[in-house]
Unconditional design. Structure first.
Length: 337
């Protein structure tokens, strides 16, 4: 089930509609401040398996489609990282920087600049299905990449160009999907490095891996203070954004964290055959500056790899004060495809 430009097919679930009512509080709710953005609930039926060649149980992924009144030939599939939901790309705030009412709402920024977007809660998160045990143990990076491949296939029905973009673990999923299935017209890797990581991040992942031995879900970072340290450079972040982000954070599937530890996408990054944009925050606590230069060279088959660093920002670059610079870079890059 997927969104068709200008209309939505029947069967959208009440939970997604309720989520829309809760989180659609961006600038377009205030008349005269910004161009209107059409935000529509969408659902997708996906098979949960480790690869598209394997069978799996069917579950439902829920999210939102962002568009304007003008048709677009390009859609960007936005995948969140550990502990986030679709709202990482459409944060419920009225804060913004001068001249850009969509500073914290990249999905809406894309829509008003001519590019449709789809942001979803991945399986195990938010309004999407939470597979019970033992399927809960199949929520791995390869399985999420397979699910993303299914979404890309559905989106290609209505769009000539589908770009996959992921933040952090969503970046790992996007890298794996683009390298394994080679079915996208562009890849955006946001804050994910497949070579190295900070020692503290490695320690935190190891702790989460241990928790995963006895439970299906855990709190990424262990504590609010540690999650804040990992995700933000607080000197470049609005306190209300940080606080709200932490209050909204979801428990993360432990199988996802266990499977991301070996950084499996590094094995297929060289197979990505689409243009790539690699973006990091200059003050990323998970993937520091010593790691960042090593990511771009991994895409050996890509016709063009562009790199971008957001000054002062921490790991979640789309939620820092100067996020508009990244949004503008992304739109400029999309225009070159």
């Amino acid at each position: 089930m997927f969104h068709v430009r200008g209309a939505v097919r029947k069967g959208m679930l009440a939970s997604a509609v309720a989520a829309s009512a809760l989180f659609t509080v961006g600038p377009d709710a205030t008349p005269g401040t910004a161009a209107a953005v059409e935000v529509t609930p969408v659902t997708y039926k996906v098979a949960l398996s480790q690869d598209a060649t394997l069978p799996g149980t069917t579950y439902t992924v829920r999210g939102f489609h962002y568009g304007s009144t003008e048709p677009s030939s390009t859609v960007v599939l936005l995948l969140h990282g550990l502990s986030y939901g679709y709202w990482a790309w459409d944060f419920p705030t009225r804060l913004s920087e001068p001249g850009n009412p969509y500073t914290y709402q990249l999905a809406r920024y894309l829509a008003v600049h001519g590019y449709d977007a789809v942001a979803v809660d991945e399986l195990g998160y938010g309004t999407s299905d939470h597979p019970p045990f033992p399927d809960s143990r199949q929520l791995t990076i390869p399985a999420y990449a397979n699910m993303a491949h299914q979404l890309v296939t559905a989106l290609h029905v209505g769009y000539p160009k589908v770009v996959i973009a992921g933040h952090s673990a969503g970046g790992e999923i996007s890298n794996f999907e683009a390298g394994r299935y080679r079915d996208v017209e562009g890849l955006v890797d946001v804050d994910m490095c497949d070579v190295l990581a900070s020692p503290e991040a490695i320690t935190d992942i190891a702790i989460n891996d241990t928790v995963g031995a006895v439970g299906d879900y855990s709190y990424f970072g262990g504590t609010v203070a540690e999650r804040t340290r990992l995700m933000y450079n607080t000197a470049d972040a609005e306190p209300s954004i940080v606080s709200k982000d932490n209050s909204m954070a979801y428990l993360t599937p432990t199988s996802e964290m266990q499977s991301i530890s070996p950084q499996p996408a590094r094995n297929v990054d060289p197979l990505v055959d689409a243009p790539v944009l690699v973006a990091f925050g200059a003050n990323d606590a998970i993937f520091p500056s010593t790691c960042q230069p090593f990511q771009a060279p991994l895409y050996l088959s890509s016709p063009k790899v562009t790199t971008f660093t957001l000054p002062s920002a921490g790991h979640s670059i789309m939620l820092h004060k100067n996020a508009g610079l990244f949004e503008a870079e992304l739109v400029s890059w999309l225009g070159s495809l």
